[in-house]
Ligand binder design. Sequence first.
Ligand SMILES: C[S@@+](CC[C@H](N)C(=O)[O-])C[C@H]1O[C@@H](n2cnc3c(N)ncnc32)[C@H](O)[C@@H]1O
Length: 273
Amino acid sequence: MSKFELNDWVLLTSQKGKKWLVRVEDAPYSSHLGGIHLGDVIGKEEGDWLLTSKGARLMLFKPSLQDYIFGMKRRTQIIYPKDLSAMIFYGDIHPGCVVIETGIGSGALALALLRAMCGRGRLISIEKRAEFAADARENIRRFFGAEPENHQIIVADIESASLSCEADRIFVDLPEPWRAVGNLAGMLRMGGLLVSLSPNVGQIQLTHRQLQANGFGDIVHFELLRRDWKVDRLRARPFDRMVAHTGFITVAKRVSADRGDPIEESAPENEVE
Ligand SMILES: C[S@@+](CC[C@H](N)C(=O)[O-])C[C@H]1O[C@@H](n2cnc3c(N)ncnc32)[C@H](O)[C@@H]1O
C-alpha cells in the first residue's frame, strides 16, 4: 500500500462523512472539528486516522475522481457523477476510441472520459471560452500529474469549427446543443454515438428534431434519480432531501442519410432496458 508523501492530495473524512480535500504540506489545517498539522499525514497509509486538537478522528484517503471533481476549481456547472457514470457507460467509452467533447467547461466530463480511455485513443475537447479551457487544462493536469498525451483542447465555437477527424463518439454539454448538431454530424462516423446532457425539456425537444434532421437514429432520452438512504441502528429510510434534478441524457446513433422516408411509428412501449 502506498504511503502519503509531501504534495499528495489527501481527503480528510470525519466520522459523519464530512470531507475536506487538501494538499499534504508542512502547514497547519483547521476545521470546526479542530486543528491538525498536515505534515503528520506524511508516512501514513490510506484508511489511517489522525486526531484533531478537539479529539475528533479524521480518516485519511486518496481522493477518487468523484472527490476530486467536487474539490477542483470550477467556474461552470459540472456534470454530476450519477450522470457522468451513465454517460460513460451508455456512450460506450473504451480504451482506443476517438472522442470529441464540447464544451469542456471545468473539465469534469473530460476527466471521466480520459480515465475510462486509459491513455489510449484520442480525446478532442472543443471549448468556446479560452478562460474555461485554461481552467479545465489545469484541473486535468493536476489530477493526472501531467497533461495526458491523448488529449487536445481546441478553443473554438463548435457551431462553426471544422475538424478533419472522424470520431467514434461525441459528447455534448452546451446551452444550445441543437445549434451544434448539424456541424457535429459531419465529425461522427456512421454508427457512432452522440451523447448529450441538458437540464431543460425544451433543449431536448429542439435537439431531438435536429438529430432527426441530420442523420441520427435510435434516439433515446432519459434522466436518472439518485436517492440516498439514512441507515443507522434505529432507522433505514430515504434522506429528507435529495438532488432531485440535474439533467436529461440523450443518446443517438449516426445512421446513413439514404434511409428512405421516415416511417411514422406508434409510441414505443415503456420498456426497461
Ligand atoms: C456547462 S459547461 C460544460 C461543463 C463540463 N461538461 C464539465 O463537466 O465540467 C458548458 C460549456 O460550453 C461552452 N460553450 C458554450 N457554447 C459553446 C460553443 N458554441 N462552442 C464551444 N463551447 C461552447 C461554455 O463556454 C461552457 O464552458
